[in-house]
Ligand binder design. Structure first.
Ligand SMILES: NC(=O)C1=CN([C@@H]2O[C@H](COP(=O)(O)OP(=O)(O)OC[C@H]3O[C@@H](n4cnc5c(N)ncnc54)[C@H](OP(=O)(O)O)[C@@H]3O)[C@@H](O)[C@H]2O)C=CC1
Ligand SMILES: O=C(O)CCC(=O)C(=O)O
Length: 418
């Protein structure tokens, strides 16, 4: 029996089975590798602006502590549940190990529609969530970061709440903070920048160039907007972009900077234009060189995998492709998949840099951060490609296998308490 249920955890479990079979992991080691070390569920009561009390359910799952503290973002979204948070924590473990970071995976979440809260209510919820988590997190235990529905401001409230409890500033308790509070240059852009760096490595492999290539990006938050802006800056024409309120497609190319300004003023893409509106599901199926799902899980499925018309699928989001769709994509063989644990690893890599800088109280410039980020990504990309070339396995299998192997070796070497 497990408390980790639901379609997203089932995806993480099925993906792990594929890797465990490929690596011939003995059955009795599998549960130790897959199931999280710890899971915490908390109730977060807050006063609403109308004077009433509302209680929100919060979670934090720490997958393994074998290599160091756990690390991962905190998601505020209306469908968050323990199974989804656990799956995201498991993926963080493989991601950190693939990038060579001294972390296990974690993830947190609160079941709330952040758009339904006023700014004061959002602050109250953020502070209450961190307050409830204080016994379970710490700079050497578990270090939080942003994910969907949270941002630099929420990280500032987390850091302040933890620090007030300790009686001194503990900047290294969260990453993705504002630079003024010990955040690092380049963290806000890191995930999208990393996505684009890896897309360009994939284009190289395919003998294509970024300038003149075309892209479609689903999601226009932290990851999607920076990805789209950076692609456009590098000469790639962005034909499609969407958030949960609207999807736009223009075969001549969208003006991503204008869309970004619109979102900065209005909060969402709704109302940006009447001309280029498209059905969001249809947008994913339009012909382009690069498709970037950068929003939610399970958008590339058995229903649409065979209808995709891209050359590169760069998974900015965590878990956008279901295992059924993976099989179809592998059979097709014409789409270069950059799997999530590689594609979006720029975020946690620069979070690691932020943690290191906070621990040392010695800060780097943005050029140094970006240069170090590119070097870590390059190494991870090359490792994955070597494995693909050697074993003729799908890209996701190669990437996950490298992560799982590292965690497995560490667990074996540390041993079990007799
Ligand atoms: N932030 C980070 O550093 C990292 C994030 N990720 C992953 O990237 C993904 C996006 O995260 P992030 O950009 O931080 O989150 P944000 O909250 O900043 O943005 C999420 C975006 O996705 C949109 N969205 C939500 N649901 C849908 C939908 N059904 N269809 C289309 N768009 C939708 C949102 O639209 P709207 O604003 O209208 O709600 C918003 O534009 C997640 O899977 C996250 O786990 C991975 C690694 C690091
Ligand atoms: O920056 C981090 O620590 C984690 C980012 C994250 O949540 C992710 O990579 O999915």
């Amino acid at each position: 029996m497990t408390i980790y249920t639901g379609p997203v955890f089932e995806m993480a479990r099925q993906q792990f089975q594929v890797i465990a079979d490929y690596l011939e992991v003995p059955t009795d080691e599998r549960d130790r590798l897959l199931y999280p070390k710890r899971a915490v569920a908390v109730s977060c009561p807050i006063h609403r602006d109308d004077g009433s009390t509302a209680v929100f359910q919060g979670y934090r799952v720490q997958h393994h502590l074998t290599l160091g503290p756990t690390k991962g973002g905190t998601r505020f979204a209306k469908n968050v549940d323990i199974g989804e948070v656990a799956a995201l924590a498991v993926w963080m473990s493989w991601k950190c190990a693939l990038a060579g970071l001294p972390y296990g995976g974690a993830k947190g979440g609160v079941t709330v529609d952040p758009y339904s809260l006023s700014r004061r209510e959002l602050e109250a919820l953020s502070r209450r969530y961190m307050q409830e988590m204080i016994p379970f997190v710490g700079p050497h235990t578990d270090v939080m970061a942003p994910d969907m529905g949270t941002n630099e401001q929420v990280m500032a409230w987390f850091m302040d709440t933890y620090s007030m409890h300790q009686g001194h500033s503990v900047t290294e308790i969260v990453t993705g903070k504002p630079v003024a509070l010990g955040g690092t240059e380049g963290r806000r852009e890191a995930t999208g920048r990393g996505v684009v760096y890896l897309i360009e490595r994939a284009l190289d492999r395919l003998g294509m160039s970024p300038s003149g290539a075309t892209a479609i990006v689903q999601g226009f938050g932290n990851v999607g907007s920076v990805t789209a802006l950076t692609l456009q800056k590098h000469g790639t024409k962005v034909l499609g972009a969407s958030d949960h309120t609207a999807a736009y497609y223009d075969p001549k190319g969208l003006d991503i900077e204008a869309m970004d300004k619109w979102v900065a003023q209005h909060g969402t893409l709704k109302g940006y234009s009447k001309e280029s509106l498209i059905d969001p599901n249809e947008m994913l199926l339009q012909k382009c060189d690069i498709l970037v799902p950068a929003a939610v899980e399970r958008v590339i499925t058995a229903e649409n995998a065979n209808k995709l018309q891209c050359r590169i699928l760069a998974e900015g989001a965590n878990g956008p492709t279901t295992p059924d769709a993976d099989l179809l994509l592998h059979d097709r063989g014409d789409i270069f998949v950059i799997p999530d644990i590689l594609a979006n690893s720029g975020g946690v890599i620069v979070s690691y840099f932020e943690w290191v800088q906070d621990l040392q109280q010695f800060f780097w410039g943005e050029a140094e951060v970006n240069d170090k980020l590119n070097r870590v990504l390059e190494k991870a990309f090359n490792q994955v490609m070597r494995r693909v070339d050697k074993d003729k396995v799908p890209h996701r299998t190669a990437a996950m296998a490298i992560g799982v192997e590292k965690v497995r070796d560490a667990k074996r070497t540390r041993g079990l308490f007799p």
